[in-house]
Write a protein that binds this ligand. Structure first.
Ligand code: NAG
Ligand code: NAG
Ligand code: NAG
Ligand code: NAG
Length: 368
């Protein structure tokens, strides 16, 4: 008798799976646990249009032509001519585009959600009132985890959150908005401290796998070069002091991540050297298929470094390049789709010289 029952259970398991004997609700629950998901946090490098939904100014938005035109019609609010880094990562991970937080509706979040906001920093003071700061992004993430729990139950939603990857581009704007009343290192500690709090907050909700981008060479954007030019440095050099701030921040990142790894059981991270990847392309554009790294495709003034692309901000006049593929920078501070694709590929399957200890391809499959 016992043998028969075991046989029936065994037999129904064997035929149950291939013949789809589970109901569709049951199937959803089963798949949710194994679902790959990508949660995105940070600034304009990652913002898919969240700032379209907040009370801000056009300084912090980009949902008009020619933004987006290489891929999206109508424009979405991405600060780029086309797709941005999270779009490519989603593609490589075989996920749908990660939706903006304000567009997830009732159940459109099992593959992850994008909370990033153009202009946001790690400090609440950074462009306060115009952006969704990182702390608020965490608050929105907690709302999503609550919805997940309500929909799938505690155990299954936890499993999804354990397995998910959490990616950050955060800190750039804190240094563009540097408060010089602080000593540089003290300011950087404060920025990193606030980033750490948010990472811990996500860990508390179940997050385990974190990917952090280092900051780019902030003084070498067309916007920075234009500023330098306007302040009398006609050579179009980078603003060294700004890049130095990014370097200070970047050197504190690995220490912070190692400390979290020691303190939080199961915490895993990967650090991507965006500074190196961007600098190599700025210093040697032709090696990577670009004609210029100093001048932006879209903007006005020296190096088209005045932030006027599309004519919807303070300055209405702007110039647009003919062939965006020749350019590293689309506007005064943001890269083109071609660059983001190269960066995303390195995040996905790059080697330890740019991403370690895991690239995203291995990180997604790593058991939490
Ligand atoms: C939006 O911001 C403007 C200017 O800062 C302010 O006057 C207005 O009250 C704000 N509206 C809302 C709904 O917060
Ligand atoms: C976070 O930033 C605030 C300023 O916005 C600062 O007062 C605070 O000390 C920082 N927190 C940490 C943990 O560094
Ligand atoms: C121009 O920039 C370079 C590089 O940052 C610097 O060495 C030089 O002193 C600057 N010149 C002026 C006039 O500011
Ligand atoms: C890395 O991934 C990209 C995107 O999937 C792919 O096109 C490229 O061939 C891969 N490179 C290597 C070395 O596997």
């Amino acid at each position: 008798m016992m043998g028969l029952i075991i046989f029936i259970i065994w037999f129904s398991l064997i035929i149950g799976i291939p013949f789809g004997c589970f109901g569709s609700y049951e199937r959803t629950l089963l798949s949710v646990q194994k679902q790959k998901a990508l949660f995105v946090f940070g600034d304009s490098l990652f913002d898919p249009g969240n700032n379209n939904y907040i009370n801000t100014t056009t300084q912090f938005q980009a949902n008009w032509s020619p933004y987006g035109e290489s891929f999206f019609n109508p424009p979405t609010g991405r600060f780029c001519d086309g797709r941005i880094i999270p779009d490519f990562i989603a593609e490589y991970a075989e996920l749908p585009l990660v939706p903006s937080y304000f567009e997830i509706g009732k159940d459109h979040f099992v593959h992850g959600v994008n909370f990033a906001s153009g202009g946001a920093g790690c400090l609440v003071e950074t462009f306060r009132g115009f952006v969704i700061d990182l702390k608020t992004q965490l608050k929105y993430f907690k709302k999503v985890t609550k919805d997940l729990k309500n929909k799938f139950g505690r155990k299954k939603s936890k499993q999804l959150l354990y397995n998910a990857v959490y990616i950050f581009s955060a800190g750039n704007n804190d240094y563009f908005n540097f408060d010089a009343t602080y000593p540089k290192h003290e300011y950087a500690n404060m920025v990193i401290g606030n980033l750490t709090s948010v990472i811990k907050g996500i860990y508390k909700e179940g997050g385990r796998k974190f990917v952090i981008l280092s900051l780019g060479p902030l003084g070498c954007t067309p916007g920075s070069r234009a500023l330098n030019f306007q302040q009398g440095n006609k050579s179009g050099n980078c603003i060294q002091q700004l890049t130095t701030l990014a370097k200070i921040h970047n050197s504190a990142l690995p220490k912070m991540l190692k400390q979290l790894e020691q303190k939080l059981p199961g915490f895993k991270y990967s650090l991507f050297d965006f500074f190196k990847v961007a600098s190599e392309r700025i210093n040697n554009p032709s090696k990577y298929g670009f004609k210029t790294s100093k001048t932006a495709c879209c903007g006005t003034g020296p190096f088209r470094g005045i932030y006027s692309c599309g004519g919807k901000r303070q300055i209405k006049e702007y110039k647009l390049c003919k062939n965006v593929k020749d350019y590293l920078f689309f506007d005064s501070g943001h890269l083109t789709e071609m660059v983001y694709k190269q960066v995303a590929e390195l995040l996905w399957n790059g080697t330890v010289d740019v991403i370690q200890p895991y690239n995203l391809k291995s990180f997604f499959h790593l058991p939490a």
